[in-house]
Write a protein that binds this ligand. Structure first.
Ligand code: KG4
Ligand code: ZN
Length: 331
């Protein structure tokens, strides 16, 4: 069976073709990052319009790269939510309509299920069950994963998502959007100078996160310190360490609670090198293993939607004829 996956939940148009026997046949991505950089964040209306411009050429490109014609395709998967409603509706409209025109089933995929299953596209894919840490620009959550569709959300952010905290703190430092990777780069030049950033919500039981206090702590530190590059780098380092430590503490807690030995990290922030190093060491110490998607599949992409869509298609979970986008949708 072969499926085409369409991702348009935010500011990346991602299309991929996945075959359940041969694996990933093609994936193409157009990022709107440059378009939104001047505004310091994603402008929803501009995002929708750019998806409209790019989606059809990218679908053609993905099919050509996969050496596939419409006849080879058994289903059309698209991100149904959560995300920006205008952006979602572009993917849902095109996906649902193509499926109708081609006479194939349409599959509406949960964006976070896509992220969660992204490591399944790697040679060294994790077996079920595992604990997943999903950290993106819009979400931070810990999920107990017992199989496809068997998800228990163990904890979530009560305010900002981890990526959002990175982006907002980066903005305070004058770094361009999206600031997460830029802040991480700056942090690599930072020195340990004794800033005492908090590790929010680690001093009480539970698996929820809170990151807005770290951003405020960073703002106060920036305001009270000299305005030079090395000081910024030192603050970036301390901020990044606090986020990574907090995530690691909660992951350890989730693994203890479930008794699982496999940890998956996915979503944009899983590209963070310090987070990967810290979790790899922690898992080694705990006698377990950490899994993550390759760099390009940490952030939004069509491949994860095609993969998740294939699992849902095989389970017979297909869409009716209505075009649906769900901006808020629990996992
Ligand atoms: O999963 P994603 O592409 O989009 C959402 O679904 O939100 O995640 C994007 C987020 C942004 O907040 C970005 O700053 C963050 O992931 N990010 C990083 C790094 N690379 C991307 N944060 C910290 N360190 C990185 N290396
Ligand atoms: Zn995402």
């Amino acid at each position: 069976m072969r499926i085409i996956g369409i991702e348009t939940s935010c500011d990346e148009t991602g299309i991929a073709v996945y075959d359940d026997q041969q694996g990933l046949l093609s994936h193409v991505l157009y990022s709107q990052v440059k378009l939104h950089a001047d505004y310091g964040g994603v402008v929803p209306e501009l995002a929708s319009r750019d998806h409209v411009r790019k989606i059809i050429p990218l679908i053609k490109q993905a099919l050509t790269k996969a050496n596939s014609t419409i006849d080879d395709i058994d289903g059309v998967a698209f991100t149904k939510g959560p995300g920006l409603i205008g952006a979602l509706l572009v993917g849902a409209c095109v996906g649902r309509s193509l499926a109708y025109a081609w006479g194939k089933p349409a599959v509406g995929v949960h964006h976070m299920e896509g992220h969660l299953l992204a490591p399944m596209l790697e040679d060294d894919a994790p077996e079920f069950p595992f604990v997943a840490l999903l950290v993106s620009g819009g979400h931070s959550m810990l999920v107990q994963v017992d199989g496809i569709g068997q998800y228990v959300v163990l904890g979530e952010s009560v305010d900002d998502a981890a990526g959002e905290a990175f982006d907002k703190t980066a903005k305070l430092m004058g770094l361009e959007y999206p600031g997460g990777p830029r802040l991480a780069k700056l942090a690599a030049q930072g020195l340990e100078v004794g800033y005492k950033f908090p590790r929010p919500m680690t001093d009480r039981p539970g698996l929820d996160f809170s990151f807005s206090g770290l951003k405020t702590f960073a703002a106060n530190t920036i305001a009270s310190e000299p305005d030079d590059q090395q000081t910024r780098a030192n603050i970036a380092r301390a901020f990044e360490e606090a986020v990574v430590d907090t995530l690691a503490i909660k992951c350890k807690r989730a693994l203890k609670q479930t008794g699982y030995k496999r940890l998956v990290i996915a979503g944009g922030v899983s590209a963070n090198t310090r987070l990967r190093e810290s979790l790899a060491k922690m898992m080694q110490d705990m006698g377990g293993k950490v899994y993550y998607p390759r760099g390009e599949f940490c952030t939004d992409n069509g491949a994860m939607i095609a993969y998740a869509g294939m699992q849902r298609l095989k389970a017979g979970q297909i869409e009716d004829l209505a075009v649906k986008g769900v901006p808020r949708w629990p996992l």
